[in-house]
Design a protein around this ligand. Sequence first.
Ligand SMILES: Cc1cc2nc3c(=O)[nH]c(=O)nc-3n(C[C@H](O)[C@H](O)[C@H](O)COP(=O)(O)OP(=O)(O)OC[C@H]3O[C@@H](n4cnc5c(N)ncnc54)[C@H](O)[C@@H]3O)c2cc1C
Length: 199
Amino acid sequence: MRTEVVKTEVLCIGAGIAGLMAGIRASELGAKVVIIDKAGNPMRSGCSGLGNDHFQCYIPEVHGANIEEHIDEFQHSQQGSLRSKVFIRTWLENSFDILKLWDEWGIPMKHKGEWEFAGHALPGKLLTHLHYAGMDQKKVLMAQAEKRGTRIMGRLMGYELLRDGQGHISGAATLHDLVSDLLEAAVFDHPDESTVQIE
Ligand SMILES: Cc1cc2nc3c(=O)[nH]c(=O)nc-3n(C[C@H](O)[C@H](O)[C@H](O)COP(=O)(O)OP(=O)(O)OC[C@H]3O[C@@H](n4cnc5c(N)ncnc54)[C@H](O)[C@@H]3O)c2cc1C
């Protein structure tokens, strides 16, 4: 069995929007980051691989200074009913900063030159979904991750978390999809690495 140990301080399993954004943030905070994805081409993997076209968000200059109506609308939507009010508030309070960041990075959030709110709302209801051109958003996010020194590795399926002697998660064992063999083990840069067991 061929194995390779990749040392990293942060390992993101999955190069979807969540993994990429987590990797980008961890890199910005100074961590050495590896992102793995089971897909051969992570640029088109996951739910947003072919692009997204709407972003549920709160923009004060569009929606006004009162966020409460917005939170209420989200909470009573199909998606909101599954989420806590704290989650919804945190999401909406931070959404404008994220979409400005994405726009700056090159995802056309203002694809018509201004914020466009259309669809994803019943007639007469508050328009909460920004319509944007997110066909290549993963390409942009991957470029931003790599720009910050993050290593993105495809064809690696994370199948087991590794633990140190104290039971803390210290890494993950992964399988390469082409050779069906344990090819790589990504290990966090743990102070007591010698306790990590790879079998
Ligand atoms: C067709 C479609 C259209 C959508 N449109 C919108 C929209 O317009 N607006 C919106 O807000 N939301 C939309 N969504 C939902 C949105 O795309 C998802 O909520 C979001 O992309 C989820 O991101 P994620 O990173 O959490 O997960 P995912 O995108 O699922 O990414 C997970 C990644 O992890 C990888 N992976 C999984 N398990 C492993 C493993 N064990 N080892 C290694 N890699 C692994 C997968 O290959 C994948 O790349 C849409 C979804 C779909 C399917």
